[in-house]
Design a binder for this molecule. Structure first.
Ligand SMILES: [Zn+2]
Length: 241
């Protein structure tokens, strides 16, 4: 396979090496640094699925309240899959009510089990009304068939199960991430809340919800293509004049 170097000031043919088909420039130092700068200027932020696709996927998942509540909580709280799967009913119940502010003490990892967070950073899960409603419906359904011990995990499933079921739901509906041409990952649900808040101008809230240590990480959610940046600037001016 022979490719053409994307660097406009080079344009030479090259044989892709280590990076295979993804390699966009020949291996020369100046072409590599051109690509890094180009990528930084034009990369697109993690967006997650559209609200419409999300709603369709949710409707399809609804018969399985375990999966359904897990998806809703992932999208609403921004917690990572492992952080959610590590939660026990005791963590989230306050008497008969579901807490809205939940302390995250660790995470679940397939093959390892529950692992307590090493650093004592205060990581909180903020459960919105939608997240609490989904959890309440799931709990009610569980209680109707059996008793639920407080120490039991809310979602007694593996990461692989959650991922596999999430992909299966999308496959049954023909939902695909246009960028990757495959199903959205579970992690993309986390991107939805980040995107929602950053685009609403609340980078501070997005950082809090996603538990980022560095603001730079959160800022990636606000990145736009040069064309979008220009049209955004025009919109801001239109409003102010
Ligand atoms: Zn080149």
């Amino acid at each position: 396979m022979i490719k053409v170097c994307k660097n406009p000031s080079c344009g030479k043919n090259f044989q892709p090496g280590h990076y295979g088909r993804k390699q966009q420039v020949c291996g020369r130092q100046e072409c590599l640094s051109w690509y890094r700068a180009h990528w930084r200027a034009t990369r697109r932020p993690p967006r997650g699925m559209s609200d419409k696709e999300y709603q369709r996927a949710l409707d399809a998942a609804k018969p399985d309240l375990c999966l359904y509540s897990l998806i809703v909580c992932a999208r609403e709280t921004g917690l990572r899959k492992g952080e959610l799967l590590g939660l026990a009913w005791d963590d989230i119940m306050d008497g008969g009510d579901i807490k809205s502010v939940v302390e995250i003490r660790g995470q679940w990892q397939d093959g390892i089990g529950f692992k307590t967070l090493k650093t004592l950073t205060s990581r909180l899960g903020l459960f919105s009304r939608a997240a609490r409603a989904a959890l309440a419906a799931y709990r009610k359904d569980l209680l109707s068939s059996r008793r639920v011990a407080g120490v039991a995990r809310i979602w007694p499933v593996s990461e692989a199960w959650a991922w596999g079921r999430w992909v299966a739901v999308q496959d049954s509906l023909g939902i695909q991430n246009p960028n990757t041409k495959s199903a959205y990952r579970f992690h993309d649900l986390r991107h939805m809340i980040g995107t929602e808040l950053v685009l609403a101008g609340r980078i501070d809230l997005a950082k809090k919800m996603l538990g980022h240590k560095r603001l730079e990480t959160t800022l990636i959610y606000g990145e736009t293509s040069p064309e979008d940046a220009l049209s955004d600037i025009e919109k801001i001016r239109g409003k102010n004049r």
